[in-house]
Design a protein around this ligand. Structure first.
Ligand code: ZN
Length: 462
């Protein structure tokens, strides 16, 4: 198996620290709001990484932190006139609720930053005593020059960083590129006692403490979005090196950005969507398919066309299951040997740096074989059951019974599309009575229409 390692900038042969065991850590949410659709990508991708290792027979321990103290949480609390604890609690719950909808299994451990403040203070204290960090007026900074390899993960060199950081003009710092480990409390902010006065630890220390505590000094995989490479992961790594000269993790994996209709997602462009909003419009399984249809390191563009393609692909899989009446098959007694090579192709794709886009091609092949009239019913059943098994490795088909119950066949789908086109005609002729009637009558049949800038979409009402 080969994994692209941000540290070496190439696909490295994957060798776990302990044979048969995977220790992985992915940076979790800062709980001040519902997570946006861009953040759904790492959550979903690392869920698939974990599922695949488990499928291969590894014993996986997955840790994902919850950042429950942060400037953004404090800001949100002030805006709402509530406490930071209330905000964190509310959005932590929302995080887990949304993961569940996306069929993302929660990590084995979800440590919260506020539960490890004491351990963070101890770590910072060690760094100060070792000369890697220094205090200035109640703040503590990490001295980047104390680590000769600083910048290696992100490929940045210290001089450029110094020049860039000078703009900030923080005169307390010995080097403009030094980063904060401990933040002195401002008036009215949450605070904890420390050897340097009241304040709170920085985000970069949080992940070092919690990952090492649960996974050991050097674990296998540290993951997150590509936006976390610098400064967050570079700064985590620097602290770990300073502590014991060992890397925090052996493999650093980062997923690419998400764009919306070709643009970067931003509040100012009015294209900032929470995953929760998107899930109101599209089936979460369609969202999963959308993300996995591209290699995780490539940028991905969220647009209506790709979503419709994803929806079609999934509908095709479900029609396969319907055709072979999979719910009434004795799954264990099906001889799947005809598709061993397809399973191998799937594994080969996944072993090559989790190439889910290529792995999905094996699922399409199976769907085709399951539908091919030239094949015997036994072969078609075997293809469908193999499709089910491999799909589950990627986190699909978790609710097969219910989905099959509510799914519509391709003829019905065409009829719905036809009615939608009649409704559009009616609207063009300003016959709103008719267009409303079509919408209402469909709703009564359990089919909900939604008008979007890209056209009308429909879904089966929950
Ligand atoms: Zn982190």
């Amino acid at each position: 198996m080969r994994v692209y390692n941000t540290m070496t900038r190439k696909k490295d042969e994957f060798v776990p620290v302990n044979a048969g065991k995977i220790n992985m850590y992915a940076c979790g949410p800062t709980v001040y709001n519902y997570f946006h659709i861009g953040n759904a990508r790492p959550f979903l991708f690392f869920d698939v990484v974990r599922r695949y290792f488990t499928y291969l027979g590894y014993d996986v321990t997955y840790v994902q932190n919850i950042t429950d103290i942060d400037d953004k949480i404090i800001e949100q609390a002030n805006q709402e006139g509530s406490s930071f604890e209330d905000i964190a609690k509310r959005y932590t719950q929302a995080f887990f609720d949304d993961l569940k909808l996306l069929n993302i299994n929660p990590a084995d451990y979800n440590p919260k930053a506020t539960e490890y403040i004491q351990q963070m203070i101890e770590l910072i204290d060690i760094l100060v005593k070792k000369g890697n960090a220094y205090e200035a007026n109640g703040d503590v900074y990490f001295a980047v020059e104390s680590i000769p390899t600083y910048g290696k993960l992100s490929g940045k060199n210290l001089e450029d960083l110094q020049a860039g950081a000078r703009v900030e003009a923080n005169t307390q710092k010995k080097n403009p590129a030094d980063f904060t480990l401990w933040k002195k409390a401002k008036e009215g902010e949450p605070k904890w006692d420390s050897p340097w006065g009241e304040g709170r630890p920085g985000w970069h220390t949080e992940c070092v403490v919690m990952s090492r505590k649960m996974l050991g000094q050097t674990f296998d995989i540290h993951g997150g979005g590509v936006d976390l490479v610098f400064p967050h992961h570079e700064n985590e790594l620097a602290q770990a090196y300073a502590l014991d000269g060992r890397p925090l993790a052996n493999y650093w994996m980062h997923n690419g950005f998400l764009n919306i209709d070709g643009n970067k997602m931003s509040k100012s462009l009015n294209n900032f969507f929470t995953t929760r909003d998107i899930m109101k419009k599209y089936d979460p399984e369609v969202i999963r398919f959308f993300f996995l249809s591209k290699h995780y390191r490539s940028p991905i563009d969220f647009n209506e066309d790709i979503i419709i393609e994803s929806k079609k692909a999934l509908a095709n899989f479900y029609s396969v299951f319907k055709e072979v009446d999979i719910l009434n098959l004795e799954l264990d007694s099906i001889d799947k040997s005809a598709f061993i090579s397809t399973v191998e192709a799937f594994k080969e794709a996944m072993d090559d740096d989790f190439n889910t886009a290529k792995a999905l091609a094996s699922l399409f092949d199976l769907a085709k074989e399951a539908k091919a009239k030239k094949n015997s019913i036994e072969v078609r059943q075997a293809a469908a059951v193999t499709l089910l098994e491999l799909g589950k490795v990627l986190g699909f088909f978790s609710n097969l019974e219910k989905t099959l119950e509510t799914s519509v066949d391709q003829h019905a789908e065409k009829l719905i599309e036809l009615l939608i086109s009649y409704r559009l005609d009616a609207k063009k002729e300003k016959n709103y009575a008719l267009s409303d009637k079509i919408r209402k009558d469909l709703l009564e049949l359990g089919i909900e229409l939604q008008d979007t800038p890209q056209g009308t979409i429909w879904k089966i009402k929950d």
